[in-house]
Design a binder for this molecule. Structure first.
Ligand code: ZN
Length: 364
């Protein structure tokens, strides 16, 4: 159970760890599942790769984007309601265009980014908060994470050959169709010295919003309302989220309300939130404060301190070298192609090349 470092008002349930292997075996004897899920091995340097330039540098030239008011937390005065408005602005485009995925897949990744930023902002933690969906559909992996400082990253891995039949009828496939059967996990990782909190549910629902609702109902038993949107606009890809949470009446904001009045206040807030359109959520020209005032000004809207979001991949040559150092000599030999090991950070879609001869494997 969470100790005193437990993140925020979301209660983290039991910790069903032991996720299925994340990657298939690569070569004889090498279990690539030992790699973090966002790292890929480029199996052959001669095969065409999505990776633009193989880097020999320490840090890839990733966009330096900070959205100062990326997350606007708020609460409704004397009502059992709090929430966050998340708008990634140009950060959505910078993160999502690292990958040349089908728009349906890109939109799903963008929703995951906005959701992850919005949930992370509600927690008190040091480290990273992540969403991971793993299923048997044409998008077998969806991953997004956000640090306590608002560094955000994410991607969706798609299998184009399996995606094609789904796209054949022209309609945009649902998140359920893209992900298939599997699980959705939310993890708060506070580093090796700290407990890891994780909640896992089966993927259930047509949309990522629906799946998140299932998660909160079953794992957190917290009444929530989530609106996610991601689309390609004239300004590029945009993603946003509006998240409402019902907070406990006892000792909370709604302490002086009776149960019935609290229920009514919650229903009113959800009904107002439901009038928000995707277009409003994604409109750069409509400031977040104004949007929230339009929805909740009659309900005692109080804005809390906004939080910044930034382009969040922390990959570096040094970090990947550290990952490789965890493998034995034999594993490194299997990874190498013509004397070179190339690893891809799938968040950034950038490759790092290592000379096998310069690497020393871990002691067996
Ligand atoms: Zn990266």
């Amino acid at each position: 159970m969470p100790g005193d470092a437990a993140p925020g008002p979301m209660e983290w349930g039991a910790v069903p760890l032991g996720m299925p292997p994340l990657r298939p075996k690569h070569g004889p004897g090498l279990d690539v599942a030992a790699l973090p899920p966002y790292l890929g091995l480029v199996s052959s340097p001669t095969e065409p790769s999505r990776t633009p330039d193989f880097l020999n540098h320490d840090r890839p030239p990733v966009p330096d984007i900070v959205v100062a008011r990326g997350v606007q937390p708020f609460h409704l005065h004397r009502q059992p309601v709090r929430g966050r408005l998340v708008r990634l602005g140009p950060l959505a485009d910078a993160l999502l265009t690292r990958h040349d995925t089908h728009p349906a897949v890109t939109a799903l990744a963008g929703e995951a980014l906005a959701l992850t930023a919005g949930l992370a902002a509600a927690l008190k933690f040091r480290g990273s908060f992540s969403l991971q969906a793993k299923g048997d559909g044409p998008v077998p992996m969806l991953l997004a994470d956000c640090t306590d400082a608002g560094a955000l990253r994410g991607y969706a891995r798609a299998q184009d050959d399996r995606l094609a039949p789904l796209l054949a009828d022209g309609a945009a496939p649902s998140a359920a169709a893209l992900l298939g059967q599997g699980y959705l996990a939310f993890t708060c990782d506070q580093g090796p010295e700290m407990d890891r909190y994780q909640g896992i549910v089966a993927i259930e629902g047509e949309t990522l919003t629906g799946m998140t609702g299932t998660y909160f109902r079953t794992s957190e038993q917290l009444a929530t309302h989530v609106h996610l949107a991601c689309a390609q606009t004239a300004a590029g890809w945009r993603a946003g989220a509006l998240i409402l949470e019902r907070v406990a009446g006892d000792g909370g904001i709604g302490a002086d309300m009776d149960r019935e009045a609290e229920d009514e206040a919650w229903r009113t807030a959800v009904a107002l939130a439901a009038t928000l359109t995707d277009a409003e959520l994604l409109d750069d020209a409509l400031p977040g404060e104004r949007l929230l005032h339009r929805l909740f000004s009659l309900e005692g809207l109080a804005l809390d301190r906004p939080r910044a979001l930034s382009y969040g991949c922390r990959c570096s040559r040094a970090k990947l070298a550290g990952v490789l150092a965890g493998f034995g000599e034999e594993d490194l030999d299997h990874m190498a192609e013509e004397g070179t090991i190339t690893m891809t950070c799938e968040f950034c879609n950038l490759g790092f090349r290592f000379d096998r001869a310069e690497l020393r494997g871990a002691e067996g």
